[in-house]
Write a protein that binds this ligand. Sequence first.
Ligand code: CAA
Length: 258
Amino acid sequence: MTDYQTIKVERRDRVAIVTLNRPEALNALNLTVMQETVAATTELDRDPSVGAIVITGSAKAFAAGADIKEMAPKSYMDVYLDDWFAAWDRLAQLRTPTIAAVSGYALGGGCELAMICDILIASDTAKFGQPEIKLGVIPGIGGSQRLTRAVGKAKAMDLCLTGRNMDAAEAERAGLVSRVVAADQLLDTAIEVAQTVAGMSLPIAMMAKEAVGRAFETTLAEGIRFERRLFHSTFATDDQKEGMAAFVEKRPATFTHR
Ligand code: CAA
């Protein structure tokens, strides 16, 4: 597997774990972290032996945001011509299910990276926020959009305008995270969830992910039509035959991911 400077990539059977690893900067997301995370996840996404990708950080910080020291001297033309942060959009295009395991700070770009993931699991120490306004900027990796869709206008406005943090309990109540677990259980829980997902048929999991994702992009009628077409297409797979046969025969399904 490729050697990276700012992330670590490990495999556990069908699960890949990408760990942000810039402890000296609380995993601040600089250009290298962005390029390496995009490169690693793109490679994992192309590998059919990977059924789910966990993205995590350290106990103290999932990521404390985009790298402020790297950004501070940039001009408008620098960020406009480089289309600064646009590469993170690639993560939203991954077809393999992604799980964010968040402990400690998930601020600014850290919160945005976690929200790009399909399932967001937090430790009871997690803190989420979009503090960009305190720096004289606004979210730039989708925070104003994904946070609003996740928690609604009231809390999104509160967080984006005051820059305050939400703790894990508030984030769970608001619907930002799907589960909160004790800090020492975080990675094991995330890997267990990833293993469950990776144990399903990969093409069917991709379709489920695509269908849920579509809910954020379209009208209800179009979304339901899209879902129905994908549902119909699941009947073209070996795994639909196997999944239903296994139920009828009262045995566990063995999916071949075809
Ligand atoms: N960028 C660059 N460096 C960062 C950083 C960031 N986002 N966050 C932390 N660091 C660095 C600190 O500068 C410090 O480095 P030095 O030891 O060299 O001084 C080191 O990480 C440890 O940080 P602190 O000493 O500040 O740790 P703390 O425990 O006292 O505070 C914290 C933790 C509250 C998270 C604080 O570090 C902080 O407020 N960080 C910035 C959070 C932020 O504003 N994030 C948004 C960034 S903008 C953005 O993300 C734009 C976007 O939408 C993409």
